[in-house]
Each structure stands twice: as structure tokens, then as C-alpha cells.
Design a protein around this ligand. Sequence first.
Ligand code: 4AD
Ligand code: MG
Length: 436
Amino acid sequence: MALVESMKEFIHVEDAEKNVGEECALRGWVYRKRSSGGLIFIILRDSTGTMQAAVKKENVDEKMWKMAEDATIESSIELSGIVKVDERSPTGYEMNVKSFNIIQLSEPFPITEYQSTELLLDKRHLWIRSQKMNKILRIRSYVFRYLRGFFADRGFYEVTPPLITKTGGESGSEMFDFDFFGDKVYLTQSSQLYLEAMIPSLEKVYCLVPSFRAEKSRTIKHLAEYWHLEVEAAYYTNEDNMKLQEEMVSYVCQQLAKNNSDLLGQLGVNADSLEEIKPPFKRLSYKEALDYLGSHGAKKKWLDDLGTEDERILTENEDKPIFVYNWPLKIKAFYMEANPENPELALNSDMEAPHGHGEIIGGSQRIWDANTLESRMIEMGLTDKSYDWYRDLRRYGSVPHSGFGFGVERFIKWILNLDNIRDATPFPRMINRAEP
Ligand code: 4AD
Ligand code: MG
């Protein structure tokens, strides 16, 4: 409900074009302000953009003029007037204000023009309203929407796994543990095992939930809490799995290019370049990747993992993501199916984002035979009873299946070319940072 009665037709800034010549009302926040004599220019921002409003002393009553004079940066306001095209206005439109009201007069805003990165992280609850964060968060929301649309169109069910678990599975990543009524439990690092359990019920499933990794180093690609899209599909081979991954990444890029090109442009991203992200993506076997690295000054031994620098070398000249497939089983997680053509290798792949943005997907065909799984788990020292329920899945109607995990913030970092993954999420959780 409007505080001032004359303000009935609220529009958003993005609707200015459709309302030229009309009397409309806007609600938002004071983004910038300047005045000269009997004229105050207020740039109002709302969730959709910014627009200039001209408050002329002779057009408003005394009380409104006083409020316009008093309005501080970030005060919440509502105003109404006629929308007109004005080339001198920074956004192309201007409102000639007839009524003006302050909803809440802001205290002096603690963020001013030049601020340290640390201060912006401390004041994250206020910084997320900045123009840059607003636009990133809108793209993030669209990414979630398109991901869900992609899977809904292909007959996948969205499921909700537990985030508190007693099982892990991904080698090389630490888990957060805590006391759960006297029992030691973990925050999930991956929902994969639970998705596998859903297969005999729903066949093709995905989830979009957080995963937690106790990453002890500060990097530009790692969060301690990130949003993980994970997928499992009955009867999918690793080949089907890789196809699904490239189609998914391509679909989200196409949708963004088609529906959000303005927003992308405002973030300095050319929608045409996203439109080019189409299958097939280049595929390198792990062996080929090592050879490529060797001939580009980064000598690697068999069984070495790929580090940040290797990922950069492999993808710096790529515009589309690439797959690195057929990794040695020995350096991958226990659940991966061996490649029948060479049992030392896994039926798996990682998808690497272009220009060194890093791994965005890890996926594989899963072991579905009970004995094979059992011996692999013993080999890897996973004899824990906590995994008994997972072993059960191979005893009661097991089927071949594959799946993958996609890091949403890694993807956003790549498509928006962000310097640091923390800006792909509103409230990043990293080493030394669990607030605000
Ligand atoms: O490669 P990861 O560890 O694979 C798994 O967890 C499998 N269980 C997934 C599956 O098959 N269902 O993680 C998958 C993806 C990575 O490729 C990366 O994009 C992202 O999750 N990721 C992170 N993103 C942000 N911060 C971190 N600390 C991340 N660790 C992994
Ligand atoms: Mg991985």
C-alpha cells in the first residue's frame, strides 16, 4: 500500500519506456542525489535499474520539498510524476516529480565510493544492493531458473537430499563435522550417494542444494559452502552423461543470451559469445591432457591431479568448455566404474570452463555391481558401517547409471568473467568468513 494516496500505479524502472507521457509512481532507494537552487535530481534505484527524478520546488508542496532536501543516500522513497524521455538523464528517462515521500530516512550509508575489499565483505549485507551485485544476483536467479527448466523438460525429478550425513566420498576434500545429539556427523560435501538411492524410485533425478567443503586455503575458486547441482540417471552411460552435461551448459548459456542480453551487457558480457556455447565440446583424455601440458611447459606425471595452472594452460585459448575424460581410477573417487577398454581408467570426465575459470563439472558412470563396489571400497579403506545403506543399493535391483555434479558459482564466475568466486554468491562462506 502506498503511503501517499495519489501514488497508486507503481511501476518498475525497467517499465519506464512503456509509460512515457503517463503519470506513474515508483518505489525505491536514493542512489545518487544532487541539487541546484530550486531543483533536486534524485537517481532512484529499484530491483530493475536506476532512473532520474527531477524534483522542482514549484511542482511540489512545501512538505515534499523539505523531504527531497532531507533525503539521504539509500533512504527508501516513493514518488510519482510524469515519465518522459530525456537524453541528458543517465538512463534515458526522467520523471517530473509531483509527489515525493520518504519511507525511511537512511542514516549515513557506511559504503562510499572507494572502499577496501575487506570492508565490502564486512558490509556484505549492504553491498549486495550495489548495481554490480544486483545484476549478478539477477543473473544468478536466472541461472537457477534455466537449470530447473532444463531438467523439467527432460523428465527429471527435483529431489531434496539431507545436508547432514555420516558419509563422504570425494577424496581430497575435507568435511565439516559437528556433534549431532552425541553422534559425529558431517555437512554434506556431495548429495550424489543419496541421489543414487533415489534412482530405483524416480529413475532420473537432480538436486540443487548446497555442498560444504572445509577448504583450508583462500583461493579465487573455492567456497566453503557452494550450490551444487547434482544429477543421477538410470541406464545413462558415461557418454550419455557427457552429452547431458554439454546440453545443460549450452542450454543455460542460450537462455541467458536470448532473454538477458541487456543485463549481461551491463555486466560487460557479450551475449553473442554465450550464444556460441554449443555442443559438441572438445574432449581430451587425461593422457592427452598430460601430453598437451608437457608440450606447454608444465611437466606432469601419470597420476598427478590437475592444478589451477594446468587448468589455465589447457583452457586459456578455448572459448567453450572442454572435457578431460578417462582419468586413472587410482586418483578418483571410489564409486567410479572402470573403463572396460582399460580397467586402470575410469569412465568419467571433468568439464573445464574456458579461460582458466576451472573445473565446473565432475561426473562418471557409477559402479553398479555389488562385488566390484565392495572390493573397491575395501581398497580405498572405506569399511565404515555408515556406508552400509549405500552398499544395499547394489543388492536390491541395481541398474547401471551415471551422474555428475556442477558448481553453480564456478559457472557464474566463468560466464560473467568474475575475478573471484565470492561475487557469484550473495553471502560467501570462506576461510575466515562466516558473517554477515
Ligand atoms: O568434483 P566434485 O568434488 O565432485 C563431486 O562432488 C561428485 N560427487 C559430483 C557428482 O558426480 N555428483 O565437485 C563437483 C563440482 C566441481 O566440478 C566444482 O564445479 C564444484 O563442484 N566445486 C566447488 N565449487 C565451489 N567451491 C568449492 N570448494 C567446490 N568444490 C567443488
Ligand atoms: Mg572434481
